[in-house]
Ligand binder design. Structure first.
Ligand SMILES: [Cu+2]
Length: 184
């Protein structure tokens, strides 16, 4: 389910509907009520407003903590920290140069947790990894001249031919700046 929401276009669409539909229902309910059903000034007593107000704040706070609690494990910094703690993470250097990528290692297997340490040697590029089915798994910007590489940890869960692309416009052959990465 989480996989579907995070990695497919239909998942993104469902998330969008999940956010939009409750809002639209409440919106049209309020508009309909005030425009047609009861268009007079509100009859709620003043001291009852605070209950409604605190209830709403309570719902929002609850949603905030629950959603963050469940999704925090997918944040890149948390993924990185977990991988570092478990110890079995491979460091792979990636060098980006107009207009190709070079890898320090090329043998990837399903289950590998890889820390991509990427740097650009000339201009601003990005390092984007695409799943064999075409969806974007992550992208990170590579700025030349920095003292440390840009790092991201990724665990390969499926075999296939992944595509690396640059997603920052970097010159005349930017569109051709892509490599293949095979996971066995
Ligand atoms: Cu580019």
């Amino acid at each position: 389910m989480i996989e579907f929401l995070y990695t497919s276009a239909w998942g993104a669409f469902v998330v969008m509907l999940m956010l939009q539909i409750p809002f639209l229902i409440v919106f049209f309910h309020v508009v309909n009520k005030k425009a047609f059903v009861d268009s007079e000034p509100g009859k709620t007593e003043a001291d009852k407003y605070s209950f409604v107000r605190y209830s709403w704040i309570g719902i929002v706070l609850l949603a905030f903590f629950v959603i963050n609690g469940f999704s925090i494990q997918y944040m890149p910094t948390i993924v990185e920290a977990n991988a570092a703690a478990s110890g079995d993470v491979r460091n792979v250097k990636v060098t980006a140069q107009s207009w190709s990528f070079e890898f320090s290692e090329n043998d990837f297997k399903v289950g590998d947790t890889v820390r991509f340490l990427a740097a650009s040697v000339d201009t601003v590029h990005s390092f984007a990894l695409y799943h064999p089915e075409g969806n974007l798994l992550f992208t990170m910007m590579l700025v030349p001249g920095t003292s440390t590489e840009s790092a991201i940890v990724h665990t390969f869960t499926e075999p296939g031919e992944y595509t690396i692309r640059c997603l920052e416009y970097c010159g005349i052959a930017h569109h051709a700046m892509k490599n293949k990465l095979t996971v066995l």
